[in-house]
Design a protein around this ligand. Structure first.
Ligand code: GTP
Ligand code: MG
Length: 656
């Protein structure tokens, strides 16, 4: 619970009357009789619950401090003195509370001892009417006096009533807490306090101080409401004793987090302007406050050219100081001299692209995003945003990492409604990709395959999976290969692609060979056959091709064609004609079948004949085809052996 209300209306006195704790502990606060810093207390309710209390200053110079206190609260205790009624900071605090998304509260009508019943009744009516148009509509109003203690029981039961309507929060995986106080305890080191925004923290855990390049810190101990505890969770006020840095190295406005969150100086956000302020133009300088983080910022209106009081818009904020804001974080904007609160809003994207042009498409996208990001049913918008930023497939855990939530949460979000992305089931689990990115990938695949066909019109085959992966740059992603497999399968189902052996072709592709091409291929095959038991040398054939007016450049294509037809066999860029191989292969395999210990090189030479280079290439081809294997003995004598595969083939050819 957090207090709110105009200066001197009795917030701190009320907290003291309820909890016996005086939050005005500083010398200056005592001397001036006002609250300057946030005060902290706690209240044990009759139902056994213990709630943390943040007491805020009412003075208009300390609104920034008030915002810091109000950022972590679930409901407000709005304090209004019965003898003065609604005053400027009553209104400003109510505006802030509502901009922070806080809709629950209790109104304490204090100093009830200073007014008669009639005045008290008038004050109640004035307040109820004012609240009607705010987020605190219908809040209970309880008369109270810190002097006589009147109304204390009723106030406590109203607080308990509101507190019990606060829904239990999902703890979540990510621990975050803005630091609001830093001090040292002799012999123990630095202690920081704050309201836990999300997640939980336990003793001995390692945490980060952000932003900044700080070392990991270790949690030595935790206190909650003045008592040592093993862990603190979302909604708690916590004091954390950290090991790793000195007091001076912490500062108010930094965050303690369980993860090294990325820093950002540019965010997209939804803002609304209060109705008692001046209009804003396309660009304006503002102060942004979220938790205890505070910075100057340049604000660019995206969905409007100017903003009238009471209106809302989507903006891009350029922050002077690095932040670790995340999507859905609430904030307040004030003018640059920080004496007028202008409005507030929430982050819709903490790492957006720089919107230089305000296109209708961008505006529509941001408007949808801003509407759906807060609603629980449509949280898969968060997933959509991340997927849209990069043209690549994601696994759920990669998305979880980007959004700083657990994989289970991502999976729930995916299932929660139709998004602008596709979910594929693959051998490695789910793969997520933005629909327009997926379409672009499909287009690129079809282009790659048809390019291949137009460069190689005489080939019946197309492009294999690995080549496509390489061309699309998908190999660097975790689920890149699996995504492509699923996508290719779908293109086959859709009738756009077909399979040819182990390659993909455009459906309906037929090799095109005209008479001239055919005769050139025949010529090339004849040239290869001429080498007989020697290794064919491409450069020599190329030379002769020139003499025969055959384009040198087409020979490689013809070679691929011959290989595809099974007429030649390649090892790397060297090749032999299949009929040449067939002359010696059966002889060799039959010989090897009968020699358990294989044959040595001289025996091989004797059996096969041909040149040394021919024999080396033949060996390479047969080893690559897993028909034979080489073994080097201790005396470095190489022996050639048959493989089980080779044995099978030899037996088949004998029985034939
Ligand atoms: N008569 C009377 N005086 C009160 C009551 N509550 C507070 N006061 C007096 O009002 C003055 C201000 O009280 P605080 O509790 O400091 O007011 P505050 O709202 O915390 O003020 P800031 O934190 O500076 O905004 C003090 O002199 C209190 O004694 C009350 O119920 N009745
Ligand atoms: Mg006070």
């Amino acid at each position: 619970m957090g207090t709110a209300g105009h200066i001197d209306h009795g917030k701190t006195s009320l907290v003291k009357a309820l909890t016996n704790i005086d939050c005005d502990t500083h010398k200056e606060e005592k001397a001036r009789g006002i609250t300057i810093n946030l005060g902290f207390s706690y209240l044990d309710l009759p139902n056994g619950e213990s709630i943390g209390i943040v007491d805020v200053p009412g003075h208009k110079d300390f609104i920034n401090t008030m915002v810091g206190g109000a950022c972590g609260i679930d409901f407000v205790l709005l304090v209004i003195a019965a003898d003065s009624g609604i005053m400027p900071q009553t209104i400003e605090h109510i505006n802030i509370i509502s901009a922070l998304g806080i809709t629950r509260g209790v109104v304490a009508l204090t100093k009830i001892d200073l007014v008669d019943d009639e005045l008290a009744q008038m004050a109640r009516e004035e307040i109820a009417e004012y609240l009607e148009k705010t987020s605190l509509r219908g809040a209970p109003i309880v008369g109270f006096s810190a002097i006589s203690g009147a109304g204390k029981e009723e106030l406590i039961s109203a607080i308990q009533g509101v507190s019990s309507t606060v829904p239990a929060k999902e703890t979540g995986d990510l621990f975050r807490m803005y630091i609001d106080r830093i001090f040292t305890v002799k012999g123990f080191g630095s202690v920081v306090t704050g309201s836990v925004l999300s997640g939980s923290i336990a003793k001995e855990q390692e945490v980060f101080l952000l932003p900044g390049d700080n070392p990991k810190l270790r949690v030595r101990s935790i206190e909650r409401h003045g008592k040592p505890v093993d862990m603190a969770i979302v909604g708690d006020r916590a004091a954390i004793n950290l090991i790793g840095l000195k007091k001076e190295e912490f500062s108010k406005g930094q965050i303690i987090s369980s993860k090294r969150l990325p820093e950002t100086t540019m965010v997209d956000a939804t803002i609304s302007l209060f109705d008692n302020v001046d209009a804003l133009s396309l660009w304006s300088n503002v102060t942004l406050i979220s938790g205890t983080y505070e910075t100057q910022a340049r604000m660019h209106l995206i969905t409007a050219d100017s903003l009238m009081p009471g209106e809302g818009a989507i903006v891009q904020l350029h922050l002077n100081k690095p932040s670790v804001l995340l999507g859905r974080d609430r904030f307040i904007i004030r003018n640059t001299s920080a004496d007028v609160t202008l409005g507030g809003g929430y982050i819709i994207d903490s790492s957006p692209l720089h919107h230089r042009k305000r296109t209708p498409k961008l505006i529509e996208y941001l408007q949808n995003l801003s509407q759906s990001i807060l609603s629980e049913e449509c949280t898969n918008e968060l997933v959509s945003i991340e997927l849209r930023k990069e043209m690549r497939p994601f696994t759920p855990d990669e998305v979880a990492d980007k959004l700083h939530i657990s994989v289970d949460e991502v999976k729930t979000m995916i299932g929660s409604g139709k998004g602008k992305f596709s979910v594929f089931e693959s051998s490695v689990g789910q793969i997520l990709i933005d629909n327009s990115h997926s379409q672009a990938f499909e287009g690129n695949v079809l282009r790659i395959v048809s390019d291949f066909h137009s460069k190689n019109p005489i080939l019946p085959n197309g492009v294999d999976l690995n080549e496509i992966i390489g061309k699309l740059g998908l190999s660097k992603y975790k689920a890149g290969k699996e995504y492509l497999e699923v996508m290719l399968e779908q293109l086959v189902i859709k009738g756009k692609l077909d399979k040819h052996i182990n390659t993909y072709i455009i459906k309906g592709h037929r090799p095109k060979i005209n008479q001239q091409t055919q005769s050139e291929i025949d010529w090339l095959e004849g040239e290869i056959l001429k080498y007989e038991m020697e290794k064919p040398v491409l450069s020599e054939i190329e030379e002769r091709a020139g003499e025969n007016k055959i384009q040198k450049g087409r020979l490689k294509l013809y070679l691929s064609y011959l290989a595809g037809e099974g007429r030649i066999q390649f090892y790397q860029s060297d090749f032999l004609h299949t009929s040449t191989i067939s002359k010696v292969k059966p002889l060799l395999l039959r010989k090897l079948i009968d020699s358990d210990n294989g044959i040595d090189i001289p025996e091989f030479k004797e059996l096969v004949g041909g040149t040394k280079r021919f024999r080396a290439l033949l060996t390479d081809i047969l080893v690559a085809q897993k028909l034979i294997s080489l073994r080097k003995d201790a005396e470095t004598e190489t022996r050639i052996l048959i493989t089980p595969n080779g044995r099978k083939q030899a037996n088949e050819s004998i029985s034939r």
